[in-house]
Design a binder for this molecule. Structure first.
Ligand SMILES: *Cc1c(COP(=O)(O)O)cnc(C)c1O
Length: 425
């Protein structure tokens, strides 16, 4: 969807001067939009025990994470590097959740040292976890009517979570090992825009949590309903009503937990930052090869979603209004035919030198970038709440590209013929 009116009003007057001064491509994020979205989420749960943990993987820039932290947001980490990022921001106990998959014991220890609320993705890990975390939580496998989606995959073939049929046993086992505090985690939707389906997914986890707690004879401190709320990428998409989502969750918690008040946690990434980013590029080529092609100076390495998932991202030419419209393929420079930001997209006639915006790149954009073909990741800029534009990550350079190569080959293992036996005395 085209960026919000507010973001557009803040960005458009700066754009020509910014591009002239800084060059393209770059991602630019709107601090005001991010903060306002976070506040609207917490306002929707006002008066209820609730905390949102931003999914770091969606936009792992420490400046954006710090902005959210200042507002009170927690952070959702799923790898040691994400935990290190969170530690660098001075997180305290309970400020992070660690919801990983296929975890190594060393990662688990780091999560405990960081004070994370740890979610066990599989039961077998309980045997390896010593000591147990202060609060034991399991992630439940996708289940119920809301399970399964294009991004999450087939629920029956999932690699995530503990099967529903084993949950009671898993909690009993943790209890037998001395655990006294418990949580549950379930994330059964991805990029879900339909509020009824999103509600059903969350309510399924709350209901299951109550049922399992009852059967295992435990109390739940929290129910983490994960992330996965969608944003309107297409112009015809309507945004999800977060207040409706929050109200339904609170009602379900009251209904299924009449005698206790487990906290509600969310781990939204996309919903918080997705609409508040754009990839700013310039048109560098125009040609016709049976198709009308517009080449821009960014590639799929700056935004993988269209090429990888066929995901729709709105593209606009903010200074081309009034020109005749027709359909174009908007392409990057990778030696991969999938390197296209848009296919057959109606646009006002693009000309070389035009600024082109790819919208909704605030989540899973730069973060999913890569350096294949030596097309390096672009910079990230932030439009601050005061209206300044600041660089929060520079563009990668050739030096970055080769930084991990060894200056001289480093011996690792010699071929048997090169291993000289000690001389016989
Ligand atoms: C990816 C992920 C999230 C965030 O997903 P969004 O679609 O960005 O909201 C949250 N929790 C877990 C466990 C995830 O894997």
């Amino acid at each position: 969807m085209p960026i919000s009116e507010g973001f557009s009003r803040r960005l458009t007057p700066l754009l020509t001067e910014l591009v002239a001064a800084y060059g393209t491509p770059f991602h630019l994020y709107d601090a005001r939009g991010i903060v306002d979205t976070y506040r609207a989420m917490t306002d929707a749960f006002a008066g209820e025990p609730y905390r949102q943990y931003f999914a770091v993987k969606a936009l792992p820039n420490p400046h954006v994470l710090a902005l959210l932290r200042e507002q009170g947001s927690g952070l959702d980490c799923a790898s040691p590097v994400e935990l290190e990022l969170a530690r660098g921001l001075g997180v305290g106990p309970g400020d992070t959740v660690f919801t990983s998959n296929n975890t190594a014991v060393s990662e688990y220890r780091l999560a405990l040292a960081t004070g994370s609320l740890v979610t066990f993705d599989d039961r077998s890990f309980l045997d390896k976890a010593d000591p147990l975390p202060p609060t034991v939580a399991f992630r439940v496998s996708p289940h119920g009517l809301s399970a399964g989606s294009r991004l999450m995959g087939d629920a029956r073939a999932t690699k995530f979570g503990v099967p529903v049929s084993e949950l009671v046993d898993a909690y009993r086992e943790a209890k037998a090992r001395g655990a006294t505090s418990f949580g549950i985690h379930g994330m059964i939707c991805a990029n879900e825009l339909d509020v009824d389906r999103a509600v059903r997914a969350a309510v399924d986890v709350i209901e299951l949590g109550a049922h399992v707690a009852d059967r295992a004879g435990i109390e739940l401190d929290y129910v983490n309903v994960g992330g996965g709320l969608g944003i309107p990428y297409r112009p015809e998409d309507r945004p999800l009503d977060f207040q409706v989502y929050a109200d339904a969750i609170v009602a379900a918690r009251r209904r299924f937990f009449p005698r206790s008040t487990p906290r509600i946690l969310t781990e939204c990434g996309r919903y918080v930052t997705g609409p508040h980013g754009v990839l700013v590029t310039s048109v560098i080529n125009r040609c016709s090869k049976g198709r009308e092609i517009v080449g821009v100076d960014a590639s799929m390495s700056a935004l993988m979603r269209p090429g990888f998932y066929g995901a729709y991202h709105h593209v606009s030419l903010p200074f081309a209004e009034g020109r005749p419209e027709s359909a174009y393929d908007v392409v990057g420079a990778l030696c991969e035919n999938m390197d296209k930001f848009a296919v057959d997209r109606p646009l006002p006639e693009p000309r070389e030198g035009d600024i082109a915006l790819v919208h909704d790149t605030g989540a899973h954009g730069h973060a999913m970038g890569f350096t294949y073909n030596g097309r390096l990741r672009p910079a990230e800029l932030l439009l601050t709440e005061d209206g300044d534009v600041v660089e929060i990550r520079r563009a990668e350079t050739f030096a970055d590209y080769v930084a991990t190569t060894a200056p001289q080959p480093v011996p690792v293992l010699a071929a048997p013929a090169h291993r000289h036996a000690a001389p016989i005395a």
